[in-house]
Ligand binder design. Structure first.
Ligand code: MV4
Length: 445
């Protein structure tokens, strides 16, 4: 087992990783930017090093300095968390070159799943259902138009180096194709340095359901059921829950088996998430695979009793997975608390927290790095806390979440708490009757 792990991240996920390490008696090294001097992960780690200025490319994306700190401190492994370097194949390679274990999949795996068109082809070969569309990249507008005519409009153009909603263009009729193609190509080139596009049949208001998987170095793979992530605004997830109110046991087993088949086909190592779109007829289609721990991993932990960060570290250290998939006996919901002013179009709102009271009690979990007197820096993601409520039923979990949100006192910054309270009261949400079109409709009311 590793003696010392460097956490190449900040905020709540850095604390999450430190907590798992502490409980495994593994020493921790934090890295931080000049803007994060007072951040809690710096205080909780055994060692901490300032690695650069506030901008991410000066600090949390500065691979050479991070590797340098790992070498100086004799860290055996680096945990990238999510975001920043978590899916950066070059960084994973650099770790390997420096004989430092990158806690995540190999650089080949990151590249394979990072190229969305190749990932789809790989899954199709493995017998995993994929969204009908192009077998690979679309080379010309004429080719795209021809295929779109065959599968029928609306279609969607997606950047192969994109993902998470970036570089997508909906094409409802053929007359829009040329302009959509040109815009998507330009956006993909500037955002990802790769203009490659693929095409899919557009599914109207699908459910966004993802399956948590875990693979070890012996090609064992298990799934840990689904998370419903359909409540999202501009591809930013805001509320996630497990089990999904839309999924029944039959569909859960089919999607779980498909996710395991996907993981074993590629020899996946580590914690990963297979993202599916599910239509109203309960047909499910592979969309993309994330090769990292995700923000919303906590709800899976609460219903399975597993510590996914510890499992990630154990798998990276060469241990075998020694448990089987179980279906959830409880219900967990996560609300992402962002420092955003939802009255001003969710505009980020940095600043000093003058007073803080956080909820507690049965079924309550809070993953956060904020404290009374902490000043939220304006440079990073606006996520400041994850509220997770667990109950024996969905109704109980919602009741606990409502109590948590209304009990919380945060003075000095605007947050998404009032927004979450409104959503939880909505009849469609309360009855589990929602899909990816829900929030746009809810916010236009
Ligand atoms: C789709 C889709 C419908 N049809 N692909 C891709 C990235 C992920 N974050 C959302 N993605 C989608 N891909 C096909 N073929 C619907 C979504 C989607 C979505 C699209 C636009 C606006 C909001 C959305 C929310 C969830 C899913």
């Amino acid at each position: 087992m590793f003696r010392k792990i460097l956490i190449a991240n900040r905020g709540e996920i850095a604390i999450r990783i430190i907590r798992a390490c502490k409980e495994m008696s593994i020493k921790t090294v934090a890295v931080f930017s000049t803007a994060d001097k007072e951040s809690m992960h710096v205080k909780l780690a055994d060692e901490a090093f300032c690695i650069g200025g506030p901008r991410s490319n000066e600090s949390y994306l500065n691979t050479d300095v991070i590797i340098e700190v790992a070498n100086i401190t004799n860290a055996n492994a680096i945990h990238p968390g999510y975001g920043f370097l978590a899916e950066n194949a070059e960084f994973s390679e650099k770790c390997a070159e420096n004989n430092i274990k990158f806690i995540g999949p190999s650089s080949e795996m990151i590249r394979l799943m990072g190229d969305k068109a190749t990932a789809k082809t790989t899954m199709k070969k493995a017998g995993v259902p994929v969204i009908p569309g192009s077998d690979n990249l679309i080379k010309t507008i004429a080719e795209g138009k021809k295929l779109a005519k065959q599968i029928g409009y609306p279609v969607i153009l997606k950047a192969t180096a994109g993902g998470g909603g970036k570089g997508m263009r909906l094409v409802s009729i053929e007359a829009q194709f040329q302009e959509a193609w040109e815009n998507a190509t330009r956006e993909a080139e500037s955002a990802f340095g790769n203009a490659g596009l693929y095409l899919e049949k557009f599914l109207v208001n699908p459910h966004h359901i993802e399956i948590q998987i875990l693979g070890d170095q012996f090609n064992n793979a298990i799934h840990l059921s689904e998370r419903d992530c359909s409540v999202q605004r501009r591809h930013q997830k805001l509320i996630e829950e497990t089990p999904s109110p839309f999924i029944n046991n039959t569909l859960r087993n089919k999607m779980g088996e498909a996710a395991i088949k996907a993981a074993q086909t590629i020899g996946y190592e580590g914690a990963g998430t297979v993202e599916f779109l599910v239509d109203e007829k309960k047909n499910f289609y592979f969309m993309e695979m994330n090769t990292r721990i995700q923000v919303e991993h906590c709800i899976t932990e609460e219903v399975t009793g597993l510590d996914l960060l510890k499992e990630q570290i154990k798998v990276a250290a060469g241990e075998k997975i020694n448990f089987t998939s179980q279906s959830p006996q409880k219900h967990a919901i996560e609300c992402r608390i962002n420092a955003e002013d939802t009255e001003q179009n969710f505009r980020p709102d940095a600043g000093k927290i003058k007073h803080l009271f956080l909820p507690g009690g049965k079924g309550v979990r809070i993953d956060t790095h904020i404290y009374s007197g902490y000043s939220i820096p304006p440079y990073y993601d606006s996520l400041i806390a994850k509220f997770i409520a667990t109950g024996n039923t969905r109704t109980e979990a919602i009741q606990t979440m409502k109590r948590m949100l209304s009990e919380t006192q945060i003075e000095g910054i605007k947050t998404t708490i009032p927004f979450h309270l409104q959503v939880l009261k909505d009849k469609d949400f309360a009855t589990g009757n929602y899909n990816t079109g829900f929030l746009e409709k809810f916010l236009s009311q």
